[in-house]
Design a protein around this ligand. Sequence first.
Ligand SMILES: Nc1ncnc2c1ncn2[C@@H]1O[C@H](COP(=O)(O)OP(=O)(O)OP(=O)(O)O)[C@@H](O)[C@H]1O
Length: 243
Amino acid sequence: MKEIIKVNRLTKCYAGRPAVNKLELTVERGTIFGLLGANGAGKSTTIECILGTKKADEGKVTILGMNPYTDRKSLFERVGVQFQESSYQEKITVRELCEVTESLYRETEDSFELLKKFKIDDKKKSLVKDLSGGERQRLFIVLALIGKPDVVFLDELTTGLDAKARREVWKMLSALKEKGLTIFLTSHFMDEVEALCDKICILKKGNAVFKGTVSDAVKDSPFDNLEDAYLWYTEEEEKNENI
Ligand SMILES: Nc1ncnc2c1ncn2[C@@H]1O[C@H](COP(=O)(O)OP(=O)(O)OP(=O)(O)O)[C@@H](O)[C@H]1O
């Protein structure tokens, strides 16, 4: 199966207003896909519909050949999700949280090896609540990878990481992609998107305003770099409104 995620005319409304509007997306195996957009553009809503934690009002989502809403249990075994904030017990250590996560899956990665790869193995005895923001962020990526997923969702991937840690996370993710992992991420950092994403979709108020490669996003704009192009795609209307 080449297409890992297929989204057809996905629409999700809150109080009658579309947060996501007739969205079409395809994510191919072994690629990194970036869903971009300003705060409130509809990224989390899209991800929740793809994961089946929210029910679409209209349209169809297929992930790994399954319907996420009706096949959530089978999907859980094959999809990893990095949470921004996770609810864990106050007194749980990094090692214990990894063990609890391992116990949820039939087949798992060696969590200590993952902690090592993400450079937080020295924190395994620490309480999760005592980790720095960046360490916790990396731990959440590790937790998303423990179940040997085919596809992983990384929300605001490296927010809170220092420059060196970001580069290391990028390197790790590129290596995982080379091994066949499909990665679906959101990010507000255009350098990260440029470094990692094979394809992107830019959302504006629930509508896709660009879909394609990073270089096409720049080429199809009046600018020569992704950040300016991204702002152009997402702010064009406001500019026009001021004219
Ligand atoms: N449960 C909800 N009830 C009502 N409105 C909601 C709900 N969840 C999201 N929304 C609204 O839907 C729109 C899209 O929200 P969403 O969280 O999907 O955006 P986002 O792109 O993920 O934003 P951010 O970058 O801030 O995380 C926003 O206007 C938001 O206020």
